[in-house]
Ligand binder design. Structure first.
Ligand SMILES: [Fe+2]
Length: 184
């Protein structure tokens, strides 16, 4: 099995554990489409495909392991430990860590590399593929009321839109406009 595949299996296993607050939804409705967009953007921009794929699978590992609040920091640290076990080159580990550290729209951490841009874009883009799962997150996982859930989803999509690069906005615009029309 190659390394990317091993990492995917590892993330899937962690998502399936009872300790994961977000359940398998995180894998099925976020990671899978997030990785799809990340690879699409890496292809388009000539970013390092392996760095992008590994960072994509691991970008939310901090959340899955129970630290939503600082998951960009704990996730980067966890990725380092994990990849070191596979004897992955140190300089490439650093590049992956930067992608994870800089992926959150809510944190003002500058994306220094094209790979980090691919990860942040893909993370936000995937939300537009999975609006039903955002409502599940709001209504079921976070137990919000109907109106609060609509606001939660709308604001999450607006934050996602705001952090996109122009390149990613061009892809997502029809879905963004449609969502804003409906989530008044
Ligand atoms: Fe994510």
């Amino acid at each position: 099995m190659d390394l990317v595949e091993e990492i995917r299996e590892y993330v899937k296993k962690e998502c399936g554990k009872e300790t994961n607050f977000f359940g398998m939804n995180a894998y099925d409705y976020h990671f899978v489409s997030m990785v799809k967009y990340a690879k699409q953007l890496a292809e388009e921009t000539g970013a390092d495909m392996e760095i992008v794929e590994i960072a994509a699978w691991l970008h939310d590992i901090g959340s899955i392991l129970g630290d939503y609040k600082n998951h960009h920091i704990s996730g980067a640290e966890h990725a380092e430990k994990l990849l070191t076990k596979y004897n992955y080159p140190k300089d490439r580990i650093e590049r992956i860590k930067h992608c994870i550290l800089a992926h959150r729209g809510s944190k003002d951490i500058k994306r220094e590399t094209i790979e980090a841009e691919c990860i942040a874009d893909a993370d936000a883009m995937s939300h537009f593929d999975n609006i039903a799962s955002l409502f599940y997150l709001a209504l079921v996982t976070r137990k919000l009321e109907t109106n609060e859930s609509r606001t939660f989803v709308k604001e999450k999509l607006q934050r996602s839109w705001n952090k996109l690069t122009p390149r990613a906005k061009a892809v997502i615009k029809p879905k963004y406009d449609a969502a804003m029309l409906l989530l008044i």
